[in-house]
Design a protein around this ligand. Structure first.
Ligand SMILES: C[S@@+](CC[C@H](N)C(=O)[O-])C[C@H]1O[C@@H](n2cnc3c(N)ncnc32)[C@H](O)[C@@H]1O
Length: 195
């Protein structure tokens, strides 16, 4: 899971501000589970920024329909779509509660990340499978992801294809293959080390 692969919620304990970035917002499932965990673990005064790069945003109905199979998340999903602005405007910034900001940047990932003026503490790399969507795993994009990662920042992905691993390594990450969950036998996690 993306949270555990980035050593969350543990890392939240030592930072007042934490920036997560994601490739592919999709139904918002990752965001909603992260928000749920964040609401449980945060302390007063801390802030979570979650930025997702998505080229083909879904509408509110599609999000609610998809999330309805996860009853634990339905309340937060309702809150998410309540004020759902036009996702085709970009960027879309929501202050979902006083400690949580969600930003969705509607763009091709390479362009969106390349122009992003910030860096992430943790990345969720969640493009479709590399066989179907090579663009989401290209060496150019992985270089941009690395360039937009704070030192000791991390990433996690359910993809474990060898060429994706090599792209992540040659961009600069220290990459490890670890056991996955369910149908995903392996996942990749990595860190941008000090040097
Ligand atoms: C596996 S889904 C993401 C699932 C999502 N993280 C969730 O929690 O529901 C992959 C997403 O990547 C988006 N996508 C595909 N190619 C893209 C690209 N080149 N740039 C940006 N987004 C892209 C798709 O529209 C899709 O929503």
């Amino acid at each position: 899971m993306f949270l555990a692969g980035n050593d969350l919620p543990q890392r939240w304990q030592s930072q007042d501000h934490f920036q997560i970035a994601e490739l592919g917002f999709g139904t918002g499932l990752n965001f909603l589970e992260t928000w749920r965990q964040w609401c449980r673990h945060r302390r007063p005064g801390q802030h979570l920024d979650y930025t997702s790069f998505e080229a083909y945003p879904l509408d509110a109905q599609a999000i609610i329909r998809a999330i309805s199979v996860w009853p634990d998340l339905s309340e937060l999903a309702e809150k998410l779509v309540q004020h759902l602005p036009d996702l085709n405007r970009s960027p879309t910034v929501w202050n979902l509660d006083h400690q949580t900001t969600l930003t969705i940047i509607k763009a091709q990932a390479l362009e969106g990340v390349g122009n992003w003026p910030q860096k992430a503490d943790a990345w969720y790399l969640d493009g479709f499978s590399p066989q179907l969507n090579r663009d989401m795993w290209s060496s150019r994009l992985m270089e941009q992801v690395f360039a937009h990662t704070h030192v000791i920042g991390t990433f996690a992905t359910y993809t474990s294809a060898g060429w994706v691993r090599r792209n992540l390594q040659s961009s600069g990450f220290n990459v490890k293959k670890i056991p996955g969950h369910g149908t995903k036998r392996h996942m990749l996690v990595g860190v941008r080390e000090l040097l």
